[in-house]
Design a protein around this ligand. Structure first.
Ligand SMILES: [Zn+2]
Length: 323
């Protein structure tokens, strides 16, 4: 890795842009393009993190750490220098590519009635919801051709995980939901693994920017749960894509005063409830209020609404939620 490559990388990823993409917000401006805010690297209660947008450097007066965007990525993702460089290079290239992929899959959705029928049966019916979540369909066998026509090379598509080692589309017969830096695909075929992500982090909480200012936030584990709640008018809903939150997602939930309504699946073996209790304890330790929402046995939020539950009934479940 030579000097020029590193300089190019830093030039293409301004520190402030990278911070904001990871939910950092400046609290107050100083002179000369400098900003102060809470430190994303340690538990900070008053702004001690300084960002200089002219020099593209940061320094924290609390934990004493500082440097450029690569140093930040090392500390934030807890990786070594070469991994941080690789991470940032991928991050830089992935955004326009994923945007193109999402657009292509949205067009496919309306050409495949089996996909529309599946969504209908899972309670995803309105145009507004499809647009809001940018839901698409990956039939398989056509993404690679479409993207190479736009100049994306086969190695690039392989590295992004969109195409398999032998050159086939990685997502086949899957409903796809674009995430911040990833793509979730739910299989329609019972013989394939139900859930699929691209390699790398699943990213932060779903649609967090639209949710974080609400004093009450509903957290669900799946995007189909998210969809029916959003459709029923609960726009303060977010999703962790599984019951295990990564460090980034956990920090997001704790980044301000709020009450979190944990609405995980009420599965027969109690694993959803166990995960919710564990998370509730961790949130409490960080001073965030948590409530456990109890769904009827065997239900997740999706099946609750699909089988006739309505917004008023769900509201009563929220009101009955226990600490
Ligand atoms: Zn710090």
């Amino acid at each position: 890795m030579n000097r020029q490559t590193l300089d190019d990388l830093k030039q293409q990823i301004p520190l402030m842009g990278y911070l904001q993409a990871h939910d950092w917000h400046p609290a107050r401006p100083l002179s000369g393009g400098r900003w102060m805010g809470l430190c994303p690297l340690h538990e900070d209660h008053q702004p001690s993190f300084l960002v200089d947008t002219n020099k593209d450097l940061f320094y924290c007066y609390g934990c004493g750490r500082g440097g450029d965007v690569i140093r930040f990525a090392e500390l934030y993702h807890q990786v070594k220098f070469p991994q941080a460089v690789a991470w940032l290079s991928q991050w830089r290239g992935a955004e326009p590519l994923l945007h193109e992929v999402a657009r292509f899959y949205c067009i496919q959705l309306h050409r495949h009635s089996e996909a529309v029928a599946y969504l209908y049966q899972r309670g995803i019916r309105s145009r507004a919801l499809l647009d809001h979540m940018r839901i698409g369909y990956a039939p398989g066998g056509c993404l690679r051709g479409w993207l190479t026509q736009f100049g994306y090379s086969l190695p690039t598509l392989r590295q992004a995980g969109l195409v398999t080692g032998v050159g086939y589309d990685a997502y086949v017969r899957r409903i796809v939901f674009p995430l911040e830096d990833n793509l979730y695909g739910r299989s329609l075929s019972p013989s394939a693994p139900p859930h699929r992500f691209l390699p790398g982090s699943k990213g932060g909480l779903y649609a967090w920017k639209q949710v974080q200012s609400y004093p009450k936030v509903i957290l669900v584990e799946g995007l189909f749960d998210y969809a029916v709640l959003w459709e029923a008018g609960f726009h303060n809903v977010t999703c962790s894509l599984g019951t295990h939150l990564n460090a980034h997602q956990f920090r997001q939930l704790c980044d301000g005063p709020r009450t979190v309504y944990l609405t995980f699946d009420a599965d027969g073996n109690g694993s959803g409830q166990q995960a919710a209790q564990c998370l509730s304890r961790r949130l409490r330790e960080r001073g965030t209020t948590a409530r456990l929402v109890s769904l009827p046995d065997g239900h997740d939020p999706n099946s609750f609404f699909v089988q006739g539950g309505d917004a008023r009934q769900f509201q009563s479940l929220l009101e009955a939620a226990q600490p």
